[in-house]
Design a protein around this ligand. Structure first.
Ligand code: ATP
Length: 273
């Protein structure tokens, strides 16, 4: 059960520069990492430390500038755009902070969508089964506007799981939820991992991270620490340490002179799956 679901080998992702290499931002800096199958990994770190970039490169939503990313035995960095899109549809699930459900479709239709995109006609029983796993079988006919935030995120979870992905990625999946609802979603995720699912989740929340088997801490594009069997207190203490360390740049940079200008905004277009 210890076979790696995901392997990163010296993954670097840098942005910009061009004619001005001193402006290059290195969002990920030679990151190597193994994620065993059937485990729950949380990724934490100060703002701008590279968490989303790590998630997106690992999920095949973004391409590293250098290094290799393996999903099982498949090297994502060698795939054409078309093959990468197909791989994302079939082998990867993604949940975002903002549930990203289609408002005009019912929960059942939303959950069936990835199967349609993969060219299959969804079997109703399969879709209802996955909705049942997140406790929403009875709400199959409801549209997102008729569901609470937590219920919408559970529909998004069901949608991410309907293709039985090898790895489920979450980018702040509980970021928009109150603490009670957030715990419900995390308990669901934990149960899925205990049933064999591999989950990798970016979070700012030590409580959310405490549901994971392992927390990876990023700073300036590098993994600087990790905690196994994390408690809320230990995660919060480690985050406080990391946030207290004065960083020279917003990400690691090629030019020290660019440091002051490097607290770049993290808003960018999230590639859609
Ligand atoms: N498209 C881009 N162009 C230029 N720089 C970028 C781009 N995307 C990210 N960066 C930079 O890369 C670094 C890492 O960004 P990333 O979004 O991965 O950080 P993060 O840890 O997820 O941050 P946050 O917690 O604020 O969401 C930051 O310095 C960011 O400004």
């Amino acid at each position: 059960m210890n076979e790696a679901a995901v392997r990163l080998r010296s993954v670097t992702r840098s942005y910009g520069g061009g004619k001005h290499p001193e402006n290059t931002v290195t969002a990920l800096d030679r990151v190597s990492l193994d994620i065993p199958r059937g485990t729950f990994t949380a990724v934490m770190g100060p703002s701008g430390s590279g968490k989303s970039t790590l998630l997106q490169c690992t999920a095949g939503l973004d391409r590293p500038t250098a290094g290799r990313v393996f999903l099982g035995e498949t090297d994502l960095t060698r795939l054409s755009e078309k093959k990468l899109t197909l791989l994302r549809r079939k082998r990867i699930g993604f949940v975002f902070q903002s549930f990203n459900l289609l408002p005009a479709l019912t929960a059942e239709q939303n959950v069936g969508l990835p199967l349609r995109l993969a060219g299959h006609r969804p079997r109703r029983a399969d879709v209802l089964d996955v909705l049942g796993q997140v406790g929403l079988r009875e709400r199959a006919g409801h549209r997102p506007g008729e569901l609470s935030g937590g219920q919408q995120q559970r529909v998004a979870l069901a949608r991410a799981l309907v293709t039985r992905p090898e790895v489920l990625f979450g980018d702040e999946p509980t970021g928009a939820l109150d603490s009670t609802t957030s715990r419900e979603v995390l308990t669901l995720l934990r149960g899925m991992v205990d049933a064999g699912q591999t989950v990798i989740m970016v979070t700012h929340d030590p409580v959310a991270a405490s549901f994971a088997d392992r927390v990876l801490f990023l700073a300036d594009g590098r993994i600087v620490d990790e905690l196994a069997a994390p408690s809320v207190e230990r995660v919060a203490a480690r985050m406080a340490d990391l946030s207290a360390v004065p960083r020279t740049t917003g990400g690691a940079t090629a030019g020290a002179a660019a440091g002051a200008a490097m607290e770049l905004s993290t808003d960018r277009t999230v590639a859609s799956c």
